[in-house]
Design a protein around this ligand. Structure first.
Ligand SMILES: Cc1cc2nc3c(=O)[nH]c(=O)nc-3n(C[C@H](O)[C@H](O)[C@H](O)COP(=O)(O)OP(=O)(O)OC[C@H]3O[C@@H](n4cnc5c(N)ncnc54)[C@H](O)[C@@H]3O)c2cc1C
Length: 384
């Protein structure tokens, strides 16, 4: 069993790390200032400039196939790069990628939706959740009714990431007797969005579809096969959620260690106290566990193996780990941790989301337990 990276992989990791340290982390004070004044952390032109700079160093389309101009670095490197990006709370990601299910489109759909999304000219959002259907995604009520060569969509979606900014949506609706179907719907076809304020910096939206007419050729994939596409969208990148959180947890743990070494209480630095040492030790143990579970899930994806069980384990563990670590880091900083002078409280609010979206903790546990009970996954296997 070889846990090492190749020299080329190590070089990629180090280059990303230095890009994040030199180009992205210096923006942190500006991001905090902007967000506290109610603006987006990074202005769109600043993000674009960063992405262009990254592209010049070869970081663009990390997981995008080469035929679309991407680097196609694969799941393990994508996870490692996400860990590096997670070291900063600046809302940055490399450009050049698009939702995996857009590759299921027709040639014409690829030209209109996939390629412009990869190029950063168009922005997508993914809409399955509804006010009455979150974890119970099969229970969606948004309807699509056929009228000649068009479908008329009616319904409401909620908590849609990027829904305020997107210019098209991959929306899931019940298409008469065919069942759940995915439609590509441009904003100018008539859907409306409304921001939903949250405790984090994520600004999801509710989307309203009132008699929105969509041409037949805008069905993504097959009529009635939308649920499979939705699960493919959610499933493919599930290991990326804990990956980013691992970077954040490591950065914060380092902050806590540095602070513990200088903060004095009762005549000694707090790093001398076992209570503090145990919080540091437990955090590293949990981060390391999360790291290897995440890389294992990514490895399975890369091998073309069924990664659903491993991804649920990695997502559940990583989300819980990140919330425990940020809580301990805040505790080690005492009152300072609770202030807005440090970014810990921001991370605390942001990381809370990880236990909710793309399958709550409870839904991951349900999946893991059901897989074991039904025999879809077995205990005691290594390397299979
Ligand atoms: C910031 C943010 C961004 C999001 N982005 C998107 C997006 O881009 N696109 C999109 O479609 N959705 C998005 N979502 C929606 C997200 O996926 C749902 O919120 C999530 O799946 C939970 O659904 P719910 O909120 O309806 O909670 P519910 O499903 O109502 O769950 C409420 C509670 O009951 C528990 N529960 C539910 N069913 C069971 C069960 N069978 N067994 C045990 N416990 C159960 C849950 O775990 C939870 O604790 C986003 C949500 C947020 C907050």
């Amino acid at each position: 069993m070889d846990f090492s990276l190749t020299p080329e992989e190590r070089q990629i990791r180090d280059t990303v790390r230095s890009f994040i340290e030199k180009e992205v982390m210096p923006l942190e004070p500006e991001v905090l200032r902007n967000e506290r004044e109610g603006r987006p952390g990074l202005a769109p032109d600043v993000l674009q400039e960063l992405r262009t700079k990254a592209r010049k160093s070869g970081f663009w389309g990390i997981n995008t196939p080469e035929e679309y101009g991407g680097a196609a670095l694969g799941p393990i490197m994508s996870a490692i790069i996400a860990m590096e990006i997670g070291r900063t709370f600046v809302p940055f990601s490399f450009g050049g990628s698009a939702d995996n299910i857009l590759y299921a489109g027709t040639e014409e759909q690829k030209q209109r939706y996939l390629i412009p999304t990869i190029e950063g000219e168009r922005r997508s959002c993914f809409a399955i959740t509804e006010p009455g259907a979150g974890s119970d995604a099969r229970n969606i009520r948004t309807r699509a009714t056929r009228d000649g060569n068009e479908w008329i969509i009616n319904g409401e979606k909620t908590f849609i990431t990027g829904g305020n900014e997107a210019d098209f949506v991959m929306v899931f609706a019940l298409a008469e007797e065919h069942g759940v179907t995915c439609f590509l719907v441009d904003r100018d076809m008539g859907w409306k969005s409304e921001p939903i304020p949250t405790m984090g910096q994520w600004g999801p939206a509710s989307l309203v579809f009132q008699d929105v007419r969509v041409p037949e050729e805008n069905i993504l994939g097959e009529l009635g096969k939308g649920f499979e596409l939705a699960m493919q969208w959610i499933g493919q990148g599930r290991y990326m959620i804990p990956a980013r959180a691992i970077g954040s947890a490591e950065r914060m743990l380092q902050m806590a260690i540095d602070y513990a070494k200088i903060r004095k209480s009762m005549g000694q630095t707090i790093s001398e106290y076992q209570a503090i040492q145990w919080m540091i030790a437990d955090s590293q143990v949990e981060i390391e566990a999360a790291k290897w579970l995440t890389l294992y899930a990514a490895w399975r994806v890369g091998q073309g193996m069924d990664a659903r069980h491993a991804s649920s384990i990695a997502k559940l563990n990583g989300a819980v780990m990140a919330n425990q670590v940020v809580d301990r880091v805040l505790q080690i900083h005492g009152g300072m941790g609770y202030t807005k002078e440090l970014p810990i409280e921001r991370w605390y609010r942001e990381l809370r989301l990880l236990r909710i979206f793309e399958g709550t903790d409870e839904i991951q546990r349900r999946t893991i337990a059901r897989n074991l009970i039904k025999g879809h996954a077995r205990l005691g296997l290594i390397g299979e």
